[in-house]
Every structure is written in C-alpha cells, then in structure tokens.
Write a new protein. Structure first.
Lengths: 88, 578
C-alpha cells in the first residue's frame, strides 16, 4: 500500500499543498477581498443592478465557493491517479 | 379548505413521510447508527448534509435579519457557506481516510491522549446542546402561529417525531429522512420567493430579480433599480444605505472568519463525511452539500430585499406618508395578535409610520415595531399568495428545525455512547449494548432539548456566538494541525485548545453575561465584537500550539505514520470504531 518511494510521497504531498493553497487564495480573495476589504471601492462599479462589492458579499462569493470545491475534487482525484494512490 | 386545515394536512403528510422513511431504514448495528453503514451515495449525502446544516434559523430568521441590517448580514451568507471550502480542502477527505466514527475519535488517536479526547467530547456536546435548544423553540413557534396550538404542545409533537426517527433509525434513518426534509424545505422556500420576484420585477429567478428594475402596480417597468430604490428609502427614513452597512470593516472581517472556521469545526457537520463509501466521495459530497445550501443562501438576500421594500411600502404607503391602521392588510393584524408586530400611534393620526428609532422614544417618528423572525413566515401573506403556499412554508420551517435537531442529537448520543462509555469507561462493551446506550442517550438528549424548548433560557441568542467561537478556537485548529503537521504533539494541541477556548470563552462571557453594558465597540479588543472573537481565539490556539510543541517531546513514530497514511486515499476502508 502507499507510494513507490519516499520521494514520490513527498512530491505528491507538495503538489497537493500547492493545489489547496492556490484554491484557498481565491477563496480568500473573493470573500475577504472583494466582499469585505475592497467592497467600498468595488461598490463604485455597477454590475447589472448591483453595486459590485455588495454583489460579491451576498452572491458572487458563494458561487465561487461552490466552483472551488468541485475544481478541488476534480484535480485531487487526478493527482491520486497520477501517483497511483486512488481507491480501487 | 381553510388555511389552517390545509396546514394540518400538509404538515401531517410530511410527518407521515418522515416516519415511514424511518421505519424503512432503521439501524441494525452501531455502524448503521453512527455512520449509516458508510454507504450513502455522495449526492444524497450532500442533500442530507444541507438539511442538517440549514436550521430553523437559516429558514426562518436569516432573511429577516439581513432584511433589517442589509450589507452587514453578509457575514452570515459568506460565513456559513465559506466554511465548506475549508471543510472540503482541509478536513473531510482526510478524516474519511482516517475512518473512525467521530471527531473526538480523531483528536484522541492523533494526539495519543484521553485528555484531548475528553476536551473534544465536552466541546462537541456543548456545541450541540446550544444549537438544539433553539431548534425545538423554532418548532414550537411554527406550530403556535400556523396550527394555533400552544407553543408547548408544538414542542411535544416535535419531540415525539424526532424521537421516533432519530432513536430508531440512527444516522441511517436520519440521513434518508433529511433527504426528504431538504426537498420539502427548499420547495417551501423557493415557491414564495419566485412568486414575489415575478410580482415585483418580472424575473422568475430571485437572484436576478433583486438586481433588476421595479415594476409598478400595472406591471410596467419603472426603470428604477430595486436596490437603488431601497437605498433611497432607507436613507429617507434615517437608516444606513441598505448596500453599505454600519459595522466596521475589521468587525465584519472577524465575524465572517469566526463563522467560516467555526462551520468547518462543527462536529455534526464533519461527521456527515464519515458516511460516504470513499475518500473521493467525501470530496464531491462536500461540493454537493454546498450546492444545495447555496440554492437557499443565494435566494435569502433576494427575499430580504423584496420583503423589506414590501414592508416599508405597506406601512408607509406609496406616498411615504403612512397608511391608516384601519385599512391595514390582514397580515399586520394577524401578527399584531401574536405580539410580533406592535403599533404605537404617537402622533394620534390613526396612521402607521415606520422609520429609525424606538417606538417608545417620543423624539423618533417611528410607530412600528416589527419582529425580524416574521419576515419569511409572513412573506406569502404580504404578497397575497394562495393558502397552500402558507401551509407549505409552515411545513418547510418544521422540516428545517427537525432535520437539524436530529443531526445534533445523533452527535450527542454518539459522544456519550462511543466516546465516553466505550472509549473511556467500558471498553469491553458489546456492539448491541453500545447501540442500546446510544439510543438511550438520544432519548435523554431529546428530553433535555425539549425542556429548553419549553423553558427557553434567555441567553439562546448569545450562546450561538459561543458555539461558533468555541468550534473555531478549539476543534478546528486541532484537527487541521493534526492533518497538516506531523510535528504537532499532544502537549501543543491540548495547550492550544485550552488557551484558545479559554480566551474566547472569557471574552464572550465578559461582554455577554458579566458586563453587557460595556459591550460597545470602544471597549472591544481591536474593535472586534464577541461574535467575531473566535477568529482571534483561533490564532491564539495556533500560536500557542506551535510554540509549546517546539519545546516538548516529539510525536511517537506510529502516530507520524498514521498521519502519513491519512494523506492519500488508497487503502481507505469503511468507517469503523474498532
């Protein structure tokens, strides 16, 4: 069970961490960035009938969250296959 | 058929459905009882998780709160959805690979310590009881308003139904019932939302409708955006602009963070991902859960805006001068009888008027007090929707409250029978005996929850901040470090949990119970309110744990190996307690 070698195990974990951190950066940017810290600035821009900062805080960030989880599931499953550590 | 008869019929049918499912899917072993046999398909598990997560508060109260605070309400929308990203990326797949029944199981084994396990059990039980008291109350309120029975009777009926399917079916019964409850509650929430969106803006999708232009009474486009109109109305009446909010940026940031991290650390949510067959399924199942939650959570802010504009226009009239109380629509009078709407004709003109300020304050022109909780329940009446829609909303509110109570009860009973009895006091107990203790604990849990529902402690609202702060500052950091750091040892984890928790609890207790008068922004640490202090508590936990672990003994080899093995999916067995 497990990896062919310790190097493989290490590089699998590194790739996984890179994937997770990249997605968490987007997660942070849309909610805390667009929805909170820069909301006032973005509110100057109008998107349909919404102020953009308000839209990110009450709509946009939630849609992005959903997308992030499915992207993660897809990429993590592919990573498992690449290192042959997926479930049978 | 009258509204009341229809409500009895629809609520009765939904209850019969839940009980039928419980009989069909009753649990035969502890594994069925704790994790539904580990065989729930990911989409279904996602739906059940969504029903478990969305409580009476999400269904009944959230739209009302946002309706009254506007942008500031975003903390709930982002906080209670963003946590699922953390859950999916940092927790669910790894704990599924670990393959035990409960969160304290993981903490206890990862930190090779009974003390850590007991700390985790205490947190889990406290969090669940905090929550469940509010649910039972929600059941009582819905019953009393729509079926005109006493609140207490409503609580008894709710207790009986939950007792039946939680005690009998365990996780298996609960999961399949929750799938049905999700369908009932989402249908009940969406139907009035869509009706109102079409009436006010001509758009079928509420998420688009509340960013569109308003239609006039004849159905012609006025060219005015709904949100601009609401911003204008709000400032005229002395409130903040709806889309701007009043809280400081740092406080909004901290509350959102505490709710997100707290969500990812709540035991009744995490345990849902032990019920799917594979690690792969734990990943996608979290995604499905959030899809089903997002359908409601993106509709909520639309309902908030629709009902806010409707409410102001009904009370103040199209000309903004106030409407005569004698000609007020029947829903105002109905809710006045329950005391949740109050009218104080200060200037004696016989007209109602709504603006900022207290109705008892002679300096304010406001004459109306409207309870936030009625906004969703009154929506179908405000929009003059047919009687069956009102009945549906009642059934939806009950589904939301019952599904959440059942999920929480399960964690309480598991914590007692599995984590305390089997893992601490009677390790030789047989599977059958353990199952019996689990059922007994669930039954006792229902009785305690019912007691709190009938005699609600005044501090329920205040302790909700507690539950999230607690989860954020204790369980979440311990779980995440247990997965992502092989060096984190038991000394570090326990010190982190105790200090993080101690700090958060002390801050909340001081401002909420000891000295509530001092609970103003000037006295807060960094301007962070007690609701958001869990974020600071979490940081305290992480820092303390890292420092202490550097100074104490290394983690034993077998535990390091265990951590390595949960980091990839291959070889994940079914969840087991042995």
């Amino acid at each position: 069970m497990g990896f062919d070698s310790n190097e493989k195990a290490l590089s699998y974990w590194r790739e996984n961490l890179r994937l997770v951190l990249g997605l968490l950066a987007v997660w942070f940017a849309v909610s805390y960035g667009c929805g909170i810290v820069f909301a006032d600035m973005l509110n100057e821009i109008h998107f349909m009938g919404f102020k953009l900062g308000f839209w990110f805080a009450q709509q946009g960030s939630i849609y992005v969250f959903v997308a992030l989880i499915f992207i993660y599931a897809y990429k993590a499953n592919a990573l498992d296959k690449k290192y042959n550590v997926h479930e049978d | 058929m009258s509204v009341q008869a229809l409500t009895f019929l629809i609520v009765g049918l939904s209850f019969a459905l839940y009980i039928g499912i419980a009989i069909w899917s009753r649990a035969g072993s502890t594994k069925d009882f704790y994790v539904a046999g580990g065989g729930v398909p990911p989409v279904m598990n996602g739906m059940a998780t969504a029903a478990d997560w969305m409580s009476a508060a999400s269904f009944i109260s959230m739209a009302g709160i946002i309706s009254f605070v506007g942008y500031d309400g975003s903390v709930y929308l982002m906080g209670w959805t963003g946590g699922y990203v953390l859950l999916a990326l940092c927790i669910a797949p790894y704990l599924r690979k670990f393959g035990k029944f409960t969160v304290p199981d993981f903490i206890g084994e990862r930190y090779y310590s009974q003390t850590a396990r007991v700390v985790a059990v205490v947190c889990a039980i406290f969090i669940c009881f905090t929550y469940i008291a509010g649910q039972m109350r929600g059941v009582g309120v819905v019953f009393s308003r729509f079926l005109e029975v006493e609140v207490d009777t409503g609580v008894y009926i709710g207790m009986a139904v939950v007792f039946f399917y939680a005690v009998l079916g365990g996780m298996k019964g609960i999961t399949y019932t929750q799938v049905a409850q999700y369908c009932v509650l989402i249908f009940a929430f969406m139907v009035p939302a869509i009706f109102i969106s079409v009436m006010m803006t001509g758009h079928v999708i509420p998420q688009i409708g509340f960013g569109s232009t308003v239609l006039d009474a004849a159905g012609n486009d006025t060219g005015v955006y709904l949100l601009n109109k609401l911003d204008g109305l709000s400032t005229q009446l002395g409130f903040n602009e709806y889309t701007e909010g009043a809280k400081s940026t740092i406080d909004v940031f901290a509350i959102t963070a505490a709710l997100m991290v707290g969500t990812a650390g709540l035991p009744h949510v995490i345990v849902r991902f032990f019920t799917v067959p594979k690690v792969k399924d734990a990943r996608t199942s979290t995604g499905w859960a959030l899809v089903f939650i997002a359908i409601l959570y993106t509709t909520v802010p639309a309902v908030s805006v629709f009902s806010r504009v409707n409410m102001i226009e009904t009370i103040n009239g199209a000309d903004g001068q106030g409407v005569a109380h004698a000609t007020a629509p029947s829903w105002i009078k109905n809710w006045e009888q329950t005391g949740l709407i109050k009218w104080n004709d200060k200037n004696g003109d016989g007209k109602m008027f709504y603006s900022k300020g207290k109705i008892t304050d002679p300096a304010s022109s406001n004459e109306m007090s409207v309870d936030r909780d009625i906004m969703v329940l009154a929506t179908p009446e405000i929009a003059s929707l047919p009687a069956w829609v009102i009945a549906l909303v009642a059934a939806g509110g009950l589904a939301a409250a019952l599904s959440t109570s059942a999920g929480l009860l399960l964690v309480i009973s598991t914590s007692v029978s599995h984590d305390l009895l089997k893992k601490n006091f009677m390790p030789d107990i047989s599977d059958k005996k353990e199952l019996m203790y689990a059922r007994t604990a669930a039954a006792v849990g229902i009785v305690i929850a019912g007691y709190f529902g009938i005699n609600p402690p005044g501090f329920v609202a205040a302790v909700v901040a507690f539950a999230f702060g607690l989860a954020a500052s204790s369980l979440f950091p311990a779980i995440v470090m247990g997965i992502f750091s092989k060096r984190m040892n038991k000394e570090g984890a326990i010190a982190g949990m105790v200090l993080g928790l101690g700090f958060t609890a002390a801050y909340i207790i001081y401002f909420k119970f000891v000295n509530p008068a001092a609970n103003v922004p000037d006295n807060w640490l960094f301007g962070i309110s007690p609701e958001g202090i869990g974020m600071v508590g979490m940081i305290v936990n992480f820092v303390v744990a890292l420092v202490v672990s550097k100074m104490t003994a290394e983690v034993p080899d077998e535990v390091q190996e265990m951590v390595e093995s949960i980091r990839f999916p291959k070889g994940a067995g079914e969840a087991s307690g042995h």
